[in-house]
Design a protein around this ligand. Structure first.
Ligand SMILES: Nc1ncnc2c1ncn2[C@@H]1O[C@H](COP(=O)(O)OP(=O)(O)OP(=O)(O)O)[C@@H](O)[C@H]1O
Length: 260
């Protein structure tokens, strides 16, 4: 999986042309192999931004370039060979086994209606192993826990062998151990990743850059330590944010308090 760079050029989105924009024009660049964290309060526009990047909702203005090519200029299948997404809403693919769902990740790479071959099976095996799903590969997706299903969705995205991976709140539903595993996976993949996160300490730890949104506006883009400053976080999230050093790990940590 060779990572591609992402360039967003003045992308904005409104439900219809004559309606106000829910996301105002924003530009940013993510270098190949870097992790961009998208943060912001509820309703800030994070999912709206991600949908334009994984070619689900067309930008009202601007362009999304992956590896230098506008993903909205070509067919969806070509975009699906480059960009995979792990979403909050999990599909109702009930009746399909874990293995069948992960194999769906191979679809954009196959010709027409051809059936998956040995090379596809090998890639699926690797994705299942990576997400520790081999022991449940023949279980029905519908019988899995939320966390297990989330890991299946990550495995499907890995089987897609994308150059860019978009993840909308990937730690949702996961227990602490699996949250840490997903974060470590994000760091180890070597892929270009755009990930929305509510946990600002996680964002600070795993992201090379952070984009902060509020009410559809970009409030900051850059290094995590700059964007996630006490002042910026306090203002954007309407809390008092304190940056403290944890004595045991000697690492910086944000804590949050309601203003008086
Ligand atoms: N298709 C749509 N039509 C009208 N409004 C929409 C549509 N999609 C999203 N919105 C609105 O746009 C705003 C941004 O939504 P979005 O889901 O992008 O926020 P978010 O930052 O991902 O929020 P959360 O943290 O709660 O998941 C919200 O106010 C939402 O209600």
């Amino acid at each position: 999986m060779k990572p591609a760079g992402l360039i967003a050029e003045d992308i904005s989105w409104a439900p219809r042309k004559n309606l106000p924009k829910l996301l105002h024009p924003v530009s940013f660049e993510v270098k190949p192999g870097q992790v961009l964290g998208v943060v912001g309060p509820n309703g800030a526009g994070k999912s709206t931004l991600l949908r334009m990047i994984y070619r689900y909702q067309a930008p009202t203005s601007g362009r999304v370039l992956v590896g230098g090519e506008d993903i909205w200029a070509g067919p969806p299948r070509a975009a699906a060979r480059k960009v995979a997404a792990v979403l909050q809403e999990q599909p109702g693919a009930f009746g399909l086994s874990v293995r069948e769902v992960v194999t769906l990740g191979r679809t954009p790479h196959r010709l027409g209606y051809s059936t998956p071959g040995a090379a596809d099976a090998e890639i699926v095996n690797n994705a299942l192993d990576r997400m520790e799903l081999r022991h449940i590969e023949f279980r029905d997706l519908g019988n899995l826990s939320g966390g297990e299903r989330q890991r299946v969705m990550v495995a499907r995205a890995l089987a897609q062998q994308p150059q860019l991976l978009v993840m909308d709140e990937p730690t949702n539903h996961l227990d602490i151990r699996h949250q840490l595993e997903i974060l470590s996976l994000i760091q180890s993949l070597g892929l270009t990743i755009v990930v929305s996160l509510h946990d600002l300490n996680m964002a600070a730890e795993i992201c090379d850059a952070v984009l902060m949104l509020q009410d559809g506006h970009c409030r900051g883009f850059g290094a995590p330590e700059d964007v996630l400053s006490e002042a910026q976080v306090s203002q954007t999230f309407r809390v008092n944010a304190w940056r403290e050093v944890l004595s045991r790990s000697n690492t910086e940590h944000l804590s949050f308090h309601l203003p008086d």
